[in-house]
Design a protein around this ligand. Structure first.
Ligand code: FES
Length: 158
């Protein structure tokens, strides 16, 4: 009976010893694996390059005066009137919600900012007007909006 108690006590110390070292080894291996994965991942960008900012909107024939088109993927409204074609951002200048167009201009559904039909800010909290983007034509007649080129409000492609 006495021997049996001693064996349990002896094996308990051994088990505790190996449990402690085993846990340390597992944590060490996990840390090393995490470190190696982080180092191996470094040459690759976390963010993929964005789009060029340029997109096709059709030809002049596709945009007769009085036409409005919304390009959802690029979040831009394109308008055509008697003076030409122009593009206005649909991204609210407050926190980036997408504005919707109504008869009087644009309204932001998030916090109620309002812009007139030319994107000029009428009511905050948005801090500034909606930007206008450059519209140009390729040699094949295709019209292009370039979101990386802002133009002054009122500048239209003729
Ligand atoms: S995001 Fe448009 S008003 Fe706040």
């Amino acid at each position: 009976m006495q021997e049996n108690v001693d064996n349990t006590k002896k094996s308990g110390i051994t088990r505790r010893f190996f449990m402690g070292w085993g846990l340390a080894i597992v944590i060490g291996m996990a840390s090393l694996a995490f470190f190696l994965l982080t180092v191996l991942r470094m040459p690759f960008p976390f963010l993929l390059p964005g789009k060029s900012g340029r997109f096709k909107i059709g030809t002049m024939a596709d945009l007769p005066p009085g036409r409005t088109k919304y390009f959802e993927d690029d979040q831009v409204y394109v308008f055509s009137d008697q003076d030409g074609i122009f593009a206005i951002s649909a991204v609210c200048t407050h926190l980036g919600c997408i504005v919707s167009k109504d008869d009087n201009g644009f309204v932001c559904p998030c916090h109620g900012s309002r812009y007139n039909l030319e994107g000029k800010l009428e009511k905050g909290p948005a801090p500034k007007d909606l930007p206008w983007y450059s519209v140009s034509r390729l040699p094949n007649g295709q019209l292009i909006v370039d979101k990386k080129k802002s133009v002054k409000p009122g500048v239209k492609f003729i």
